[in-house]
Design a protein around this ligand. Structure first.
Ligand SMILES: Nc1ncnc2c1ncn2[C@@H]1O[C@H](COP(=O)(O)OP(=O)(O)OP(=O)(O)O)[C@@H](O)[C@H]1O
Length: 572
């Protein structure tokens, strides 16, 4: 919007709140100020008038519609209707226009805890033609390319995600908002895992402005993988790719309406898992680039992901899959069992540090909307092989800049974002950035059960630094690889002379964990991972920094409007 000229599009006298007002629509704002019945600005100093005038930034306008339903005097007919009202002993006849003369503008409203809602502003015109021309004028401005608002979306609804409320959430809360914003939607209720991916591979993406999933992190991962693969195919690139492939940033943005079990991506990019808030970010055309990792087993490309967890979290996921019937509670139950088991796994971790030596997982810099760290990066900046030792130098690097740690680990966790969720409000890596082209690699070395519980407790409670234990090391890296000590794929026998492959397989299964890749199990422990800067664009703007920095704030983080009803619905 910065470059566009703010010129007047439409101006007339209307009534708002029973007061005559002069309404002005420009390419950026909708403004109204009281005027006298003669059409002149209301008496009083210009300072008073200025105080009484109100301005809506059009970037915060969700939609506009005529006020028809439930308004006395309006009906579907095209002519004026007579209604007979008994007034005392005599009868009087009132004439009501049957075309609407009022229109409602829906403006964004900030609510506590990063939630969004809306206020409504009702304007009354003199005649239906004037009303329609105002509605058309506002809609036309909102369609200008500067606003980057989606007009056509393909929506995938997972009926089995989370508490299975996806279809209901979409039908009751989201569809009416998309309709209000004049967004055309094609809706697919997924029939099976992989269904969304099949559709993305075969449909005409050129007609669309975005893909939406109503579900959890698993659904987002399916859309993201499908979109990236399709984009490569459309560009004529061979799929699957070799280890050095550079994926192409898709034009389409992905939106997530949270209806899953953990909803980590939404929490981390929006700040809440409120479906209406996510829908409003989509409608307003918000956009943010997030880093994505490509994952390989040896030279074979496996998939794209944004979080990758081996050991404890891999075991929890694998165990929880047996108890899907428990819903989101399955993670608590499996988490408890695996903590009690306190297993750890042998292996080699190698990694290439971030080239930005000023940025570190423990530097306390949280990635908020407009983050300056992410602002220095863009999808075009490819910098493999750089070596930014700085403050996070772990041990001496080999000549090619790679570091290596061999040990026994409870967890090897890679977070390309802070991965906030209900259970872990700041996320397991609170200072991880959405778009800096790096992932935070957290190595949890073997420790007592009590110490590991202390670490998990700190993650969950925001009490103190969850990395401040001598068994935890955390690095900001661009690439890393892991090789278990027991690897049944290996030609060379590292763990002893096992001759039978079957015996090796059994032994590897007993000694190795699995990867939890965005909530999906990857059974091959040996992986190579590379981060791609801001590879996927989401309909989000990052978490907005509130004045008081408190998640629980209900004072400064609340909209200044005080007379809205409990739905955040305020009518003037
Ligand atoms: N109709 C379906 N039946 C079975 N599985 C499905 C269906 N539709 C989608 N899926 C799969 O379900 C998986 C999980 O879905 P989703 O992420 O929405 O919920 P969740 O696992 O409960 O939430 P989270 O990932 O946030 O923990 C996805 O990988 C998706 O491929």
């Amino acid at each position: 919007m910065a470059g566009s000229v703010n010129c007047v599009i439409h101006q007339s006298r209307l009534e708002i709140n029973g007061r005559n007002s002069l309404i002005t629509l420009t390419t950026r704002h909708l403004t109204w100020e009281p005027v006298s019945s003669g059409g002149l600005p209301d008496v009083g100093s210009s300072a008073v008038r200025h105080r009484q005038s109100q301005t809506l930034d059009l970037r915060d306008v969700i939609g506009v519609k005529s006020k028809e339903c439930g308004h006395p005097g309006f009906s579907e007919s095209f002519k004026y209707k007579n209604s007979i009202i008994k007034s005392g002993s005599s009868y009087s006849v009132e004439l009501h226009p049957l075309h609407p003369v009022s229109f409602i503008v829906y403006g964004l409203k900030r609510l506590p805890s990063h939630c969004l809602g809306y206020d409504t502003y009702t304007f009354t015109c003199r005649d239906p033609t004037g009303c329609q021309s105002w509605i058309d004028a506002i809609k036309n401005v909102l369609e200008l390319p500067d606003f980057k608002r989606p007009k056509r979306l393909l929506v995938f609804v997972n009926p089995f995600g989370g508490k299975k409320k996806g279809p209901k959430i979409y039908r009751e809360k989201i569809a009416p908002l998309f309709e209000l914003a004049d967004i055309h939607t094609d809706i697919i209720v997924t029939q099976r895992a992989g269904h969304a991916n099949e559709v993305i591979m075969n449909c005409d993406l050129h007609k669309l402005d975005g893909l939406i999933c109503v579900g959890g992190d698993g659904m987002f991962s399916e859309l993201m993988n499908g979109l990236l693969t399709r984009t490569m195919m459309d560009a004529g690139q061979h799929v699957p790719q070799g280890r050095d492939h550079i994926p192409i940033v898709p034009d389409l943005r992905i939106g997530i309406i949270p209806a899953g079990s953990t909803d980590t991506v939404v929490y981390t990019t929006v700040g809440t898992n409120d479906p209406v808030t996510s829908a409003l970010h989509i409608i307003l055309g918000d956009s943010i680039g997030i880093d994505i990792c490509s994952i390989y087993h040896k030279d074979e490309f496996l998939r794209y992901s944004n979080s990758l967890l081996y050991g404890y979290y891999g075991d929890v996921l694998q165990d929880s899959e047996k108890n899907r019937w428990m819903g989101p509670k399955r993670y608590d139950w499996s988490g408890f069992k695996k903590v009690m088991g306190n297993k750890s796994y042998d292996g080699d971790v190698s990694f290439l540090l971030s080239p930005n030596s000023d940025s570190h997982p423990r530097d306390g810099v949280v990635c908020y909307s407009g983050c300056s760290v992410c602002g220095h990066h863009s999808p075009d900046m490819v910098s493999h092989g750089a070596n930014g030792e700085g403050r996070q130098k772990p041990i001496s690097a080999s000549k090619d800049g790679w570091y290596n740690i061999r040990g026994r680990f409870i967890g090897i966790n890679s977070f390309t974002m802070s991965c906030r969720c209900n259970l872990c409000p700041r996320g397991p890596s609170p200072s991880s950035h959405l778009g800096d082209g790096c992932t935070d690699l957290m190595l949890v070395q073997s420790c007592s059960r009590t110490n590991y519980i202390r670490h998990l407790y700190r993650c969950a409670t925001k009490s103190s630094d969850q990395f401040d234990f001598n068994f935890i090391k955390v690095y900001r890296v661009k690439e890393f690889s892991f090789k278990p000590l027991f690897d049944c794929d290996d030609g060379e026998e590292e763990a002893g002379a096992f001759s039978s492959r079957q015996y090796k397989l059994k032994s590897a299964t007993a000694h190795n964990s699995v990867w939890n890749c965005d909530g999906e199990v990857i059974n091959t422990p040996q992986l190579f991972v590379r981060v791609h800067c801001q590879l996927i664009k989401l309909f989000a703007r990052g978490i907005e920094q509130m004045g008081c920095q408190s998640e629980a704030c209900t004072k400064c983080c609340v909209s200044t409007s005080s007379d809205g009803d409990k739905n955040g619905f305020l009518e003037y």
